[in-house]
Design a protein around this ligand. Sequence first.
Ligand code: UFG
Length: 324
Amino acid sequence: MKILVCGGAGYIGSHMVKWLNARGVDVCVLDNLSTGHAAAVGARQLVVADLLDPGSLEAAFARGPFDAVMHFCARSLVGESIREPLGYYENNVVGTLNLLQAMQRHGVGRIVFSSTAAIFGEPIAARIDESHPKAPINPYGASKLMVERMLADAAGAYGLRSVSLRYFNAAGASPEGDIGEAHACETHLIPNVLRAALGVGDALSVFGDDWDTEDGTCVRDYIHVDDLAQAHWRALAHMDAQPGAHVFNLGNGQGFSVRQVIEAAERIAGRTVPHSIAPRRAGDPATLVASSARARDVLGWSPVYTSLESIIETAWRWHRAPRF
Ligand code: UFG
């Protein structure tokens, strides 16, 4: 089996590449290295290419034939997407359109797509399942929902097989400590908490303590990157058996507040996390928690990292000694 992993040098993509390498799959990584790291993947696997540049996209497909594509490339920051919507639609929608057309030209009929909980907007249910209304409140979520629609239409018209996996809050790192979350401008909670514990950068800002939650801080459903990789692996097998466009929500089904994340990190690091309360961040819903019953039942997916501590422990190992 040969797989093209688009965005494979990024945070989630590189954990997928490691997962596939460990199972002997032939992997080619396409990445423009705008946020990814060449050091996160093997030099022989990497093709530096951009989905918005048709010439370089062809160069990546020339490494085929591929049995499937896994598509992790995206701009993915909610706040930035509100400030730069057209850049988000260009990168996430036009880029994916170019990829799907290249797949058509090269006869590749299967794709696993990284979608997001941000397609749902403000939740109207305690646990968000696949049928929850889709009403994104930012261009990032809207761009991902547009791609889900493109995949559904392409399944009907051309028989393209796809699985869209809607991640909740991806977190953690490879337990071996060789790869992990490394963004030039870090906005995510767990890395910022651990950096504050290490005294790297600024003290942590907690974005609001007046939300309608138990302790007033936002609640999220954290899911380990290797559990996301496991779901992609199972999605490949699912597509073999089932034509069409499929969607699954991926989370642990348990919500943790920002305060609970800070407390867990303090226990694991054995250090205090200096923090202060800041105003709410635009585009943040109060609570996002997944129902992943469908992924468990249909894909046979079962997350390994079911406790917040087990996820933060792997992230702590990485942040204490990042390799890139
Ligand atoms: N937060 C802080 N301080 C920080 C960083 C975050 O208080 O320095 C808070 C946020 O306000 C939010 C929570 O911690 O309440 C989690 O924030 P993240 O930035 O870690 O994650 P988000 O929930 O904003 O977004 C992530 C991904 C999105 C995805 C979403 C789906 O970045 O791509 O999960 O749940 F859409």
